[in-house]
Design a protein around this ligand. Structure first.
Ligand code: ZN
Length: 493
């Protein structure tokens, strides 16, 4: 007997349907392998399955066993029999994901669940979502809600874009003028709490401080870090702005190193994103300090100066135990080999094969674009494309939400749902199990139940637009990316 179980993301491995049904228990007695942390596991069971649970060896109805044969720490096996439920995993992560799967079964079958055996493991190990909190501030409780949703669809990295031209969102001790209370800024304690909240849901938070471009908000607070001395005002709306960090001034270099140090201490993740995208270099050409630095280092041009700066910051981050991620705008083979590149601009020559790559192609993952530009099925296709290409340097994949024009929860939600969930399935589920129609069918029937109450979901008729309109829109968008790339001095292939 085969049945499509109502699960999103759909399991990567085999599903076997067994005889009988598993009745919802009113409480669970959990027999737990002593290698696992009891408190954590019981918390997961109570929180996500909504039942009372206690540890006990006598007649348990949930058994959690260590599976040494599972090499992947996120993998799990789940078996439902009339007499009880069994989870096998190698790590707490696997247990967490098994419980997420069980939660969806509990929601979809309110009384009796068909007995089954599920094997599951992710196809990609960096399954990320980028939230731009710089352009539009996102309140902490709202980020928590997003983290809950990410956890339920097995996304394991939250990339927080916390600084840009339009805003600086973390209050730091080292430079207290960064960001403004009135326009929205997180305290260090709020960040610590958020990181712990995410960690508890098996999500790593990776901060991004964009530099040396996309830096106007910092320059507005500390104008002497610029080439011209300012003054600057924090801009609104989208764009590439001319003023960037002056790398000719020692004070400016010391500033960013101090910022990196404090940010690194706040986020336990072994990664830090330093942006490195869309940097117009005109100010450096005209700046005596930058020119002096360039000559002293015997560098040929401003691109070489940028490379030197990025490599310096990479070494500083490495001294703090952090690996740097940079967007793929300028990266070439002379950049530090440990840099992970985030490939967003598909028009760029991808001759950066020596760096591990996080794929977040503009035309597949930018969820801030409306559905005519980025239809649901295009997002769903992306994970399969990446898995089929099997690039040896594939590090992972990421869904992106830039927020120049997305300010409210309703606007955010409508851009995210169901495309975020589709992307999550395409990253988690093995390509052999990808099935767009099944996804649409399951989301259509259970999506609302799986998401928190009052989540705004884009109506089904808008998920995929007319093909011709979509092609036209994408052509127009492509020209705009080209124009912007030229403006920022990025060589296109
Ligand atoms: Zn300068």
């Amino acid at each position: 007997m085969t049945e499509k179980l109502p699960l999103i993301p759909y399991p990567s491995g085999a599903i076997a349907m067994l005889n009988g049904t598993y009745m919802h228990p009113s409480s669970l007695v959990v027999a737990l392998d002593p290698v696992f942390d009891t408190e954590h596991v019981l918390h997961y069971v109570k929180e996500y399955l909504g039942v009372e649970a206690e540890k006990g060896e006598r007649s348990p109805n949930l058994t959690i066993a260590k599976a040494i044969d599972l090499k992947d720490e996120e993998a799990y096996r789940l078996e439902l029999q009339p007499c009880g439920c069994r989870i096998e995993a190698q790590d707490l992560k696997g247990i967490f994901y098994a419980v997420q799967t069980l939660r969806q079964l509990f929601l979809a079958y309110p009384h009796a669940i068909p007995c089954c055996r599920i094997q599951d493991a992710p196809a990609l190990h960096w399954r990320a979502f980028m939230l731009d909190v710089a352009r539009s501030f996102c309140p902490v409780e709202e980020i928590r809600r997003i983290i809950d949703i990410l956890a339920s669809c097995k996304i394991n990295v939250l990339h927080l874009h916390v600084s840009d031209d339009q805003g600086w969102r973390i209050a730091l001790d080292c430079f207290p003028n960064l960001g403004e209370e009135e326009s929205g800024r997180y305290s260090k304690q709020e960040i610590r709490d958020l990181v712990a909240y995410a960690q508890d849901r098996q999500i790593m938070v990776v901060p991004e401080i964009d530099m040396p471009g996309h830096f106007t908000a910092a320059l507005a607070a500390y104008p002497k870090l610029s080439c011209t001395g300012g003054p600057f005002t924090v801009p609104k709306g989208e764009g590439i702005f001319p003023d960037i960090l002056c790398v000719g001034k020692d004070e400016a270099l010391a500033f960013v190193k101090t910022v990196i140090t404090e940010i690194a201490s706040l986020f336990p993740a072994p990664y830090i994103h330093l942006g490195g995208d869309e940097i117009p270099l005109d100010r450096w050409v005209a700046c005596p300090d930058c020119q002096k630095r360039k000559k002293a280092l015997l560098l040929s041009d401003e691109k070489a100066l940028l490379r030197w700066f990025c490599n310096e910051m990479t070494m500083h981050a490495a001294s703090l135990g952090k690996q740097v991620i940079l967007y793929n705008d300028y990266l070439d083979q002379d950049y530090n080999k440990n840099i992970i590149t985030q490939v967003w601009n598909p028009l760029l020559d991808a001759s950066l094969s020596e760096h591990p790559a996080i794929m977040s192609d503009y035309f597949h993952t930018y969820l801030d674009m409306d559905h005519t530009l980025l239809p649901l099925q295009v997002v769903y296709r992306y994970g399969k494309q990446l898995q089929t290409e099997k690039d040896a340097n594939l590090f992972g994949a990421e869904l992106m939400l830039w927020t120049e024009y997305i300010c409210t929860r309703a606007e955010r939600d409508l851009h995210l749902f169901p495309r975020l969930i589709a992307g999550a399935e395409s990253f988690w589920t093995h390509q052999g199990q990808h099935d767009y129609r099944r996804f649409v069918d399951i989301f259509g029937r259970y999506g609302e139940q799986f998401l928190p109450p009052e989540t705004h979901i884009t109506p089904r008729k808008q998920w995929n637009s007319c093909f011709i309109i979509s092609v036209l829109q994408r052509y127009k968008r492509r020209r705009r990316v080209k124009r912007n790339s030229k403006k920022a001095g990025i060589a296109l292939s």
